[in-house]
Design a binder for this molecule. Structure first.
Ligand SMILES: O=P(O)(O)OC[C@H]1O[C@H](OP(=O)(O)O)[C@H](O)[C@@H]1O
Length: 326
């Protein structure tokens, strides 16, 4: 057995990390769930002979998972939750504590989403039309709870370039029987006229109440405010970004240009010149919506005006939060 903790990361953890990086596994809550599960897998498969070696191995696995996508804070928050609870004087005891805290975390995550959904559903009235952006399981949980309460809800679903995750939202809503109008992103302003709420999720929430979500959210929010449509953000507290309590900003992920421009399209633009360095394609995955454009952040702990979210963050995290592997 090698002494290098990183070399003892099991294949299943590498697979999960690759699936998160390629967005086979995506959506902040789903990523958190998968990361906690991967740590439990590492713990179960570990052949470490000492508690120190076991802990080093788990921390290396956490780091591998963490380095996949930088914006959704649910990922490091999930890793922190599982690793901070790791305790025991033997490898077996440590293994058991990781398995328990990972399973507990996954259960809490699912329950929090259900609770959030019931809270968010109170904002939706019978007959309301929501406009969605991207695909958020937290946002959809609010719609599901409203449907369960017997309310009729319909949706205008934004396609959400470049990966068209609006299609996932449309598929889910249709499965629940919700009437869907699918529109391209550029049509959003026109369709806001017939919408009662903009309902989006979040990848991270900053201490000042800024919402970091799929690129295009901030433009949608500005347009919605202009049209007098309230903007509701559904985000479990695992989306609260503790680093922003000490003034750090949230890193915005830039993804590969191939999501925006296929090779054949690039060739057409450049006249087939593969070395044309003056055609630059940028593909930021997220943007920041300032708190003044957000009406409410709905969490499993209640709904908050964005400016007051900092109080909840301090309560949950304190002010001194390190990296998951510290
Ligand atoms: O946790 P839930 O609500 O499912 O998703 C939260 C957010 O995660 C997604 O990011 P990506 O598709 O992973 O880049 C979207 O931005 C979505 O609003």
């Amino acid at each position: 057995m090698t002494d290098e903790p990183a070399e003892r990361i099991v294949p299943a953890v590498h697979d999960t990390a690759e699936d998160i990086a390629s967005m086979e596994i995506r959506g902040a809550a789903t990523i958190a769930d998968a990361a906690a599960g991967a740590l439990a897998t590492q713990a179960e498969a570990s052949t470490a002979e000492t508690p120190e070696a076991f802990e080093a191995e788990l921390k290396a696995a956490a780091r591998r998972l963490y380095e996949t996508r930088p914006t959704a804070v649910s990922l490091p928050n999930a890793l922190r939750f599982v690793l901070w609870d790791m305790e025991g004087g033997s490898v077996d005891a440590l293994r058991e504590s990781v398995a328990e805290s990972a399973a507990g975390f996954q259960t809490d995550l699912a329950e929090a989403q259900d609770r959030l959904g019931r809270i968010g559903a109170n904002r939706l009235r019978d007959g309301d039309v929501v406009m969605t952006h991207c695909h958020s399981t937290d946002a959809l949980s609010c719609v599901k709870a409203a449907l369960d309460q017997g309310k009729d809800i319909s949706a205008v679903v934004k396609e959400t370039r470049p990966r068209k995750q609006g299609h996932i939202t449309a598929e889910q809503l249709r499965e629940w029987g919700v009437p869907v109008t699918l529109v391209v992103d550029n049509a959003a302003r026109r369709y806001l006229e017939r919408v009662d709420h903009v309902l989006v999720g979040a990848d991270s929430i900053a201490a000042d109440g800024s919402v970091i979500n799929k690129i295009g959210t901030s433009g949608l929010a500005v347009n919605a405010r202009d049209r007098g449509v309230p903007i509701m953000v559904a985000a479990q507290t695992i989306k609260l970004h503790p680093g922003t309590l000490t003034g750090h900003t949230v890193e915005i992920e830039n993804r590969d240009e191939s999501e925006v421009l296929e090779d054949a399209e690039r060739d057409r633009i450049t006249g087939g010149d593969p070395d044309d360095a003056d055609l630059v394609v940028e593909n930021p995955a997220f943007d920041v919506t300032p708190p003044r454009y957000v009406d409410a952040i709905v969490t499993e702990r209640g709904q908050f005006p964005p400016e007051s979210i900092v109080t909840l963050m301090r309560e949950l995290f304190g002010t001194d939060v390190g990296e998951p592997w510290e």
